[in-house]
Design a protein around this ligand. Structure first.
Ligand SMILES: *Cc1c(COP(=O)(O)O)cnc(C)c1O
Length: 367
């Protein structure tokens, strides 16, 4: 049996540190907005290379609150990948702004900068690139476009904590970076969590107000805010996870390199292609094949987990039916949705398990 993601080994490896964090918070008697959140914010900002980190309740609200803090709303357009998890789109609709999807590079997964220029209008206010599967989007090209047109850039870093573009971390490559600490992410909490990283003092301050009912001073409300706070227990756990993030990402890199090696040269199997300027963190290892159904069945028979990220692109979801974007509107995103398959991946995956998965794939597709 090879699980898609081995979550139990996370606790097994970090038990003494996580248990100590639990006891520290329980004994402190303080559970929301305190020393642990402050310490995690400082440590995570230092890790990303930004001036500020603001801890929030989850990744979706991290994206949404950045747009709110920039006062984006009805009439404003936000450019977003057609090929992404629906949460990226939900943040834009939550503030009432207009979603402007842009197709990925051929083979994907990330937004194609060459197609962004054609989508920019006088109403465009922001670009929201996603570093899908832990592979950085082309932030240099996106940054250049944003500068030329006076647009804000908010990175969706939910799948790419620790990834780099030319040595600089994701989350520090735009005006703001929105992070998710959902348990399965590269740095995951044991529950929900999120954060925004930024160098912008005013943005950080506004986010601190927005996350706490619109209040800076207790019972004095400056605006209608949210309750979107990272809690002390999750922050304490995240400090333990952060200390391991680079090391665990490195272990993911070894798994990915082994897949690259063992899956090379199989006809009809597309492997991830990493641009030379990018250091991905392999949140997922995603292959592409027209024979996905056969492959899933063969893997399942051998007790090997696999998942599809994502089977239905956002524009074809019922949730966005009112946008009136029929099948064929975003053919590259649709093509990827039909072909992608995520193989088992994680910092606890043994390399001989990678070999076993690769053997089943080779047998199935070449046999
Ligand atoms: C997980 C994820 C989110 C949402 O994060 P939550 O913490 O689950 O709200 C947003 N965007 C992408 C690309 C994600 O993978």
């Amino acid at each position: 049996m090879i699980p898609f993601l081995d979550m139990k080994s996370v606790y097994a490896e970090l038990k003494p540190e996580l248990d100590a964090a639990y006891h520290r918070v329980m004994e402190s008697g303080w559970f929301v907005l305190g020393k642990e959140v402050e310490a995690f914010e400082a440590e995570y900002a230092a890790f990303c290379g930004t001036k500020h980190c603001v801890g929030l309740a989850n990744g979706l609200e991290a994206l949404e609150l950045v747009l709110r803090a920039w006062d984006l709303g009805p009439g404003d357009e936000v450019i977003v990948p057609s090929n992404t998890y629906i949460a990226t789109w939900l943040a834009i609709s939550a503030v009432g702004a207009t979603i402007v999807p842009v197709e990925p590079t051929p083979g994907g997964p990330n937004i194609d900068p060459d197609r962004i220029a054609a989508a920019i209008t006088r109403r465009t206010k922001a670009i929201m690139p996603v570093h899908l599967y832990g592979e950085p989007a082309d932030m240099e090209a996106i940054g250049a476009l944003a500068a030329r047109h006076g647009l804000k850039v908010v990175e969706d870093v939910a799948q790419a904590q620790g990834a780099k573009v030319r040595g600089r971390r994701t989350g520090a490559l735009g005006d703001a970076g929105a992070h998710s600490f959902f348990p399965s992410k590269n740095i995951g909490a044991f529950g929900d969590g999120g954060a925004v990283t930024t160098d912008d003092d005013a943005l950080a301050e506004r986010l601190r107000v927005l996350r706490n009912y619109g209040s800076r001073v207790k019972y004095v409300n400056l605006e209608r805010g949210y309750n979107s706070r990272l809690d002390e227990m999750q922050a304490a756990f995240l400090r333990v996870r952060l200390a391991k993030l680079d090391e665990w990402n490195e272990r993911r890199r070894l798994v990915a390199a082994r897949y690259d090696d063992k899956l090379a040269g199989i006809a009809g199997l597309g492997l991830p292609r990493v641009p030379q300027w990018a250091e991905p963190v392999w949140h997922l290892y995603v292959v592409r094949t027209k024979r996905r159904a056969d492959l899933v069945k063969a893997l399942e028979k051998r007790g090997i987990g696999s998942l599809i990220h994502y089977p239905i692109p956002p524009h074809l979801q019922q949730a966005y039916a009112e946008l009136g974007l029929p099948k064929g509107s975003y053919p590259l995103a649709e093509e990827l949705a039909e072909a992608v398959l995520s193989l088992p991946m994680g910092p606890h995956m043994p390399l001989d398990a990678v070999d076993e998965v690769a053997n089943v794939i080779r047998e199935t597709l070449t046999g």
